[in-house]
Design a protein around this ligand. Structure first.
Ligand SMILES: Cc1cc2nc3c(=O)[nH]c(=O)nc-3n(C[C@H](O)[C@H](O)[C@H](O)COP(=O)(O)O)c2cc1C
Length: 289
């Protein structure tokens, strides 16, 4: 492992390490206006949601590493304290990327990218009509994190109205994560399309998992089971009873005639196979046999 103190790295190299490691990041497609009312649209992946009550989103236009200049979005929200944060899906990813071009002040990136300006209800900046979720926000606070090139400026936004496209809504009024088709930014020129990599993990909040520390030693110190396997096994609330274990072994003995005399290693491998299908219960029954 290679280790650094930030002060021993150039800002450019540090920036690249941070952006590759803290990834993928969601993208705030921020629409603002200047004091003459000229629209501006730019993407920012230093972005996330931080509170639901009040509903707070924060994004950060940084001072340029190259020459320590500031971005139009920051300059705009310093004067007109409103912004629409539009969510970026796969259908608009190339147009979004185009808007990050450093066009001169006053150039409308809606026009440059061919995206459609849609009037907002509560704020002056426009929404991106093609974006599936649009947050109209008031800027509560701007927190400057430094004065040198690379310093972030946290724009703390309070959502005053949100708009969600019908096409991404389920009938129970939840958002359909697949239909939303979000994209995210990673290091260099990498992006990811969220729905290509989705998987589900049952929320540990629903039960009180026994934890790795309460597992039998041969399971905890297994040479076969991985950290993820242990995490799944540790999320059960109760271990199967001896009676359930015996019944399970009886049930599978036709398929695995040698199961009773199998070594820990062999049982761990088979348990791992059950885990790969999400069958934690059978995996435990095998491990406890
Ligand atoms: C996907 C993506 C994410 C970006 N994220 C950020 C960011 O979080 N902070 C930042 O300062 N610049 C970021 N940029 C670069 C800005 O979008 C770019 O500097 C833009 O020209 C700023 O426009 P403005 O001067 O009109 O505000 C990002 C660019 C892209 C394509």
């Amino acid at each position: 492992m290679i280790s650094f103190r930030p002060k021993d790295l150039s800002t450019g190299r540090l920036h690249a390490y941070l952006l590759s490691a803290v990834a993928p990041r969601p993208i705030a497609f921020a629409s603002t206006i200047d004091s003459e009312g000229n629209p501006n649209l730019s993407p920012f992946s230093f972005f996330n949601v931080f509170s639901a009550n009040p509903p707070i989103l924060i994004f950060s236009p940084a001072r340029r590493v190259r020459d320590n200049t500031t971005k139009h979005t920051l300059e705009n929200v310093e004067k007109i304290k409103e912004v629409v944060i539009n969510i970026v899906n796969y259908d608009i990813v190339h147009q979004m990327s185009l808007t990050s071009t450093e066009y001169p002040e006053g150039i409308n990136e809606f026009t440059k990218s061919g995206l459609t300006m849609l009037k907002s209800d509560e704020v002056k900046p426009f929404r991106v009509a093609e974006s599936p979720v649009q947050f109209e926000c008031k800027v509560n606070e701007i927190i400057k994190l430094g004065t040198e090139g690379g310093a972030g400026n946290l724009i703390v936004c309070e959502v005053v109205k949100l708009h969600i496209a019908d096409e991404v809504m389920n009938t129970d009024e939840t958002i359909n994560q697949e239909a939303l088709d979000l994209v995210a930014r990673a290091g260099g020129s990498y992006y990811s399309r969220a729905k290509n990599g989705f998987f589900e993990i049952p929320k540990p909040l629903k039960n009180m998992g026994i934890g790795v520390d309460n597992m039998p030693e041969h399971v905890r110190n297994s040479m076969i089971l991985t950290g993820n396997d242990l995490g799944m096994l540790a999320n059960v609330e109760l271990l199967p009873t001896q009676k359930e274990v015996m019944q399970f072994i009886k049930d599978i003995s036709e398929r695995y005639p040698d199961i009773k005399s199998s070594s820990h290693r062999e049982k761990h491998k088979l348990a791992q196979n059950y885990l790969s299908f999400g069958d934690v219960e059978s995996a435990w029954k095998l491990l406890l046999s």
